[in-house]
Design a protein around this ligand. Structure first.
Ligand code: FES
Length: 168
């Protein structure tokens, strides 16, 4: 009923009166003064976001594990591919955890040269290269291959179930 009255008073949406109003007032005026919102662009990245979310869920450290005395659970065992290194903040300390062929190693994340983030470096075998200036460190003992006088601290690692546990 309301639509019929509106049509009688204002005319059909594509009718003469609507076109005349559009010419007088410009543009395609709607009955409200709100501007027409721009169409929402299609998000091509939705599958990528879903994949990232599932990866993030996979990255969650296991909560059902009791770590050995002095150790903390830092990572799910399957969250870090072999040949990769990652930065993890634990108890306010930044460490770098490396997966070398299924064996995990933990070292300080802070490069001995100028504090570069070793967890963002590249891992080649047991050697991590700092992303800043390329100094190289052995993740097994923290010794620097570039400068014989430099090294970074290492931390003991234990695997409990699916959890990578590190003692700081
Ligand atoms: S900060 Fe790591 S090599 Fe310079």
């Amino acid at each position: 009923m309301l639509t019929l009255i509106k049509t009688i008073l204002l005319g059909r949406p594509q009718g003469f009166r609507s076109r005349a109003r559009a010419k007088l007032f410009g543009g395609n005026r709607s009955t409200t003064s709100e501007p027409t919102p721009a169409p929402t662009p299609k998000r091509a990245s939705q599958p990528v976001e879903a994949a990232e979310k599932s990866l993030a869920l996979k990255m969650e450290p296991p909560r059902d594990v009791t770590p050995p005395d002095g150790y903390e659970v830092v990572l799910h065992k399957n969250a870090l591919e072999a040949g990769k290194i990652i930065e993890i903040i634990i108890g306010g300390t930044a460490i770098a955890v490396a997966n070398v062929g299924g064996t995990y190693h933990a070292i300080s994340n802070t490069c001995a040269h100028a504090d570069g983030p070793l967890g963002e470096g590249s891992l080649d075998g047991h050697i991590v290269s700092c992303p800043y200036h390329g100094w190289q460190f052995d993740v097994r003992d923290g010794k620097c291959k570039t400068n014989a006088y430099a090294s970074v601290p290492t931390y003991p690692v234990q695997i409990v179930g699916n959890a990578v546990c590190v003692k700081l």
